[in-house]
Design a protein. Structure first.
Length: 146
């Protein structure tokens, strides 16, 4: 899981994190989530998601998630299965909404997937994401009622 997470961080076009996880910090990071789901392909972890509250207290019923698929396994609809599973798991855990705070506008594959699965875009935040090369791109928050 840590290897796949770090691959997406290294790409620098989807996750806001800039620091890599090591074996210890990765174990702690994934254990701290409300839920961590994995997809297995050919006996190996091919993708994952983390699910946790988006906020606390009066907004604690809103969940947030991040998804990562190994570059070697992309194009096999693993991301779609992860998002669908996450929607179900979030509801089971008592969340009422799944919200994505920072979907990069140029991440068209993810955006099309989210929209196909019923997510609603809230708007656009101009220049909300600093890409790995230093330029800024818009982000598009999304939500889905559970």
């Amino acid at each position: 899981m840590t290897e796949i997470w770090n691959e997406v961080v290294e790409e620098g076009v989807a996750f806001p994190q800039e620091d890599f996880l090591d074996e210890t910090s990765g174990r702690e990071f994934f254990a701290a989530q409300t839920y961590a789901g994995v997809a297995v392909c050919d006996g190996a972890v091919a993708g994952l998601y983390i699910l946790h509250p988006n906020n606390v207290g009066r907004c604690g019923h809103i969940s947030n998630a991040s998804y990562a698929v190994s570059s070697a396994c992309r194009g096999r609809h693993i991301g779609e299965k992860l998002v669908a599973d996450c929607l179900q798991k979030a509801g089971e855990l008592g969340f009422r909404i799944l919200q994505f705070n920072a979907v990069v506008e140029s991440n068209v594959h993810a955006r099309h997937l989210y929209e196909r699965l019923g997510f609603i875009q809230l708007g656009t935040i101009p220049g909300g994401f600093r890409m790995k090369d230093g330029h800024y791109e818009n982000i598009c928050p999304y939500y889905h009622l559970l």
